[in-house]
Structures are given as C-alpha cells and as structure tokens.
Ligand binder design. Sequence first.
Ligand code: PBG
Length: 330
Amino acid sequence: MSTYPIVRNRRLRGSQAMRNLVRETALTVNDLIYPLFVTHGEKIREEISSMPGVYHLSIDELEAELREVAELGIQAVLLFGVPDRKDEAGSSAYDANGIVQQATRRIKELHPDLLVVADTCLCQFTSHGHCGVVHYNEQTKRGDVDNDASLELLAQTAVSQAQAGADIIAPSNMMDGFVAAIRSALDAAGFSHVPVMSYAVKYASAFYGPFREAAHSTPQFGDRRTYQMDAANAREALREAEADIAEGADFLMIKPALAYMDIIRMLRDRYQLPIVAYNVSAEYSMIKAAAMQGWLDEKAIVLESLTGLKRAGADIIITYFAKDIARWLR
Ligand code: PBG
C-alpha cells in the first residue's frame, strides 16, 4: 500500500471517465437563468456596446430569441424593462401596460412553460435613476431614498408583474422590509403561489457598470451606497439574509458572484433555501473583452468560473453566458 496520499489522489485522475466518476459538482443547463432586456418599438435588436452578444429587444423580436432559449433547454429568463418614459415615481414600472408586463404576457403566450422571472425595481423607470422614491431630507439637506414610500410602489410593481403572468418575482431594490411588503401584497392579490427570489445580498458594486449602460439606470445624483451593501462586509450579509428569510423569501440571491464566493459559501452552509448567484454584467464584459482580443480561451474560462460558483454553493446562476453554456454543454 502506498503511504503517499498524493499517489492515492492521483489514482482517481487517470482518465476522463475516472474524473467524471468522481466529480463533486456539475454545471447543467437546468441551473441557468438568462437575462433579457426588453424595450418598446418594433424590429429593435440593438447590441449593447459594453456587452457584446447581449441585445435590447423589442417585443416582436422576442419570438426568435425565445425559440433559441427554449431549444437550448434553458428553464428561465429574467426580464429587465427599458421603458420609453421615466418620471419621479417610476410609474411605468407598475403600469399594466408597462414594457415588462407586455413582454411577460407575450412570453407566456409563446412559451407557457418557460419561467419568467421579473426584476422588481424602480431604477430603470425613475427619472433620477434610484431604486426607490426620492424625497428631499431637511436634516441631511439632500435627496434621500424614502424607504417606506418606495415599498408601496415596489409592492404594486410586483403585483402587476404577477398579474401579467410572471412566475417568480425578483426584487433587486434592497429597501428594508421589501420582501415582507411584496409577499403580503402578492398574497392579498391572490398570488400566494408566486415565489419571491430576493436579491438578499446585493453589494454596491462597480461590476454593474455595463448593466447600467444597458438598462439606462445610472443614478443621476449620488450613488446606491445607502441601500446596497459595502463590499467590506460579510456578517452584514447574514443579517440581510436572515431578515429576508423571516419575511418570506423563497430564494436567496448573492450579487455580484465571482468577487463574493465566500458569501455564497457562507449562505449555503447556513440556510436551506435555494441559493442564486448573479454573474453580473462586468463579469461577462471582462471575459468577452479579453476573448475578443484572443487573450484567453472563452469557453474554458466561463465553464471554470461557473463551475466555481456551483462549487462555492450556488444552486442557480443568472448569467449572460447562459446560451453559450447551454451550447457548450451539449
Ligand atoms: C437594478 C439592477 C441592477 C442590476 C440588476 N438589477 C443594477 C444596479 O443595482 O445598479 C445589475 C445587473 C448586472 O450588472 O448584470 N437594481
């Protein structure tokens, strides 16, 4: 018997079949959610310059896109709306004929089995670009996001998305009490069967840069640091997750993903809810940019990174690479 552990480990690495046999984690197409940016108008299929391969799509263009998504075996899409009008209160977010509501109805018509996850936030819909209502604060002498006034509008948004047919409500606004407010509004409106995928742990992050260009949601003043988390904090993530679980969250999301794998592991070890990692826009753009220069092997880098997210404890991954991965895994 060999006394060298290294030799014992290497015995299990001798061939691809052996490596497959002892694999601890697998990335599969069932784990993936593909984000879509929908916009008003017709025949619009406009590439987002900082996210090559990702498009703004008008509703008529969804048909071809969804055929591809469904054919690849992807189970869910995450919808972001790019509206044609914005105002102080973000009213196009909770309009029954808002862009997300229209797109949701169309998707459920075309593919009743494809899950529609609706992003519930106001930042794409407000003229100031914040995730809630902004009120002037006499004490601080500046515009502040009014937490409780925002909750009402977010709850209204969630209900109108569920009415349009959304299968999962994904609030990304990080207001205090947002899961409870949305849960009780959904229940009261007859949608107690619709789960809430909470962006429980969302860091204030430079990794959202390309998304803000894509969604036209850059704050017009200030930043999101009063409601999103500080990258230096981990214990605070537990407080956020605990609050959301107590308020009735069905999924816990961590965002961004790759710079926060310790947080994914921590939440996986502590809680029993499905854990979702959001592989955000800059995580996509960085790999794309380097791949376009021929500096790295895109497929290998993406599969290794996302397998890493699964190993860290993510059950589900939201990623702009979803279609590529589905193809590569075939
Ligand atoms: C809106 C929202 C953001 C993202 C998803 N929902 C941006 C933000 O908080 O500024 C970022 C997603 C990405 O970067 O891919 N609240």
